[in-house]
Design a binder for this molecule. Structure first.
Ligand code: CP
Length: 302
């Protein structure tokens, strides 16, 4: 199946997600053999207007492991021509003459869609603004779950943290809604709950969900605990933050075969006492980003 751009989770069908997962599995074997030179004539441009460790470096690593080359600006908010007043559209038109694919982290919601409208080459949304999406993170989250469980059908998941603006949880909710009998618990302080656009979408698709505020009530019921960061200053009373922290005392109430995932970076919400628990999959999840992003790049470049 041909992909033109990767902008939002809604564009992915189940067959496309399964093709991506099959390719990602192939990429694991390719990386174990030392990579490939198949894409040595291709160039990836990475344009990041916001900080990133995992997304930028895993995309760059993915392109190198495919034999391709990378041009990048990792502090585009300071060092791109935007500083001098250039519009995003002009930046993208220019870069699309220099590379074969663009990976864009935009500080504006909708930035990737604007870029795709004017680009001659594929654009990948590596996170767009606050309350936007981060579809490649959602896809690697799915891959991490499928790799362990074999299927997403029948999955029960608790998404915890700042869900209102959290682009990773938003992208993951859209993706999971495509699978059968998925149940989603959204656990968050009321002011940071999942927004109506997602809840109305799930209603239209007849997807089961429950809006919750108590973490302890939910963790024993789910296959996956998916934590996200609550950014400093987002809660009026910081003492409430403690109600959304997962530590070893919370994890002990989880099922023995459950998984703890987190897109990272983390702050207080995921205690390091969980790191050695066999249910902690977040560093494997970060590693899977390489394989999924290699797979996506090949689907866009082939
Ligand atoms: N998960 C994620 O997007 O991490 P970075 O901000 O480090 O890219």
């Amino acid at each position: 199946m041909k992909l033109s751009h990767v902008i939002e989770s809604q564009q992915f069908t189940v067959p496309l997600i399964m093709e991506l997962c099959d390719r990602a599995k192939d990429m694991e074997r390719i990386v174990a053999r030392g990579g490939t030179l198949d894409y040595q004539n291709k160039i990836m441009a990475a344009l990041f207007y916001q900080p990133s460790n995992r997304t930028r470096l895993s995309f760059e690593s993915a392109m190198h492991r495919l034999g391709g080359r990378v041009v990048s600006t990792d502090q585009a908010n300071m060092f791109s021509s935007e500083v001098g007043g250039e519009r995003l559209e002009d930046t993208i038109r220019t870069i699309s003459e220099y590379a074969d694919v663009i990976v864009l982290r935009s500080s504006q919601k909708g930035g990737a869609a604007r870029a795709a409208e004017v680009s001659r080459i594929p654009v990948i949304n590596a996170g767009d603004g606050s309350g936007g999406q981060h579809p490649t993170q959602g896809l690697l989250d799915l891959y991490t779950i499928i790799r362990e469980r074999g299927t997403l059908d029948g999955l029960t998941i608790a998404m915890i943290g700042e869900l209102s603006e959290g682009r990773t949880a938003r992208s993951l909710a859209y993706l999971l809604s495509k699978f059968d009998r998925v149940k989603m618990y959204f656990v968050s302080p009321p002011e940071l709950q999942m927004k109506p656009d997602i809840l109305e979408y799930l209603d239209r698709k007849n997807v089961w969900y429950s809006v919750e505020s108590q973490l302890e009530d939910v963790v024993s019921k789910v296959d996956v605990v998916y934590l996200t960061q609550i950014r400093p200053g987002r809660l009026a009373g910081q003492e409430h933050l403690q109600n959304y922290v997962v530590d070893s005392s919370i994890v002990k109430n989880m099922r023995s075969d459950a998984m703890v995932l987190h897109p990272l970076p983390r702050t207080l919400e995921l205690d390091k006492t969980v790191d050695e628990d066999p249910r902690a999959f977040y560093f494997q999840q970060a590693r899977n980003g390489i394989f999924v992003r290699m797979a996506l790049l090949t689907m866009l470049l082939d």
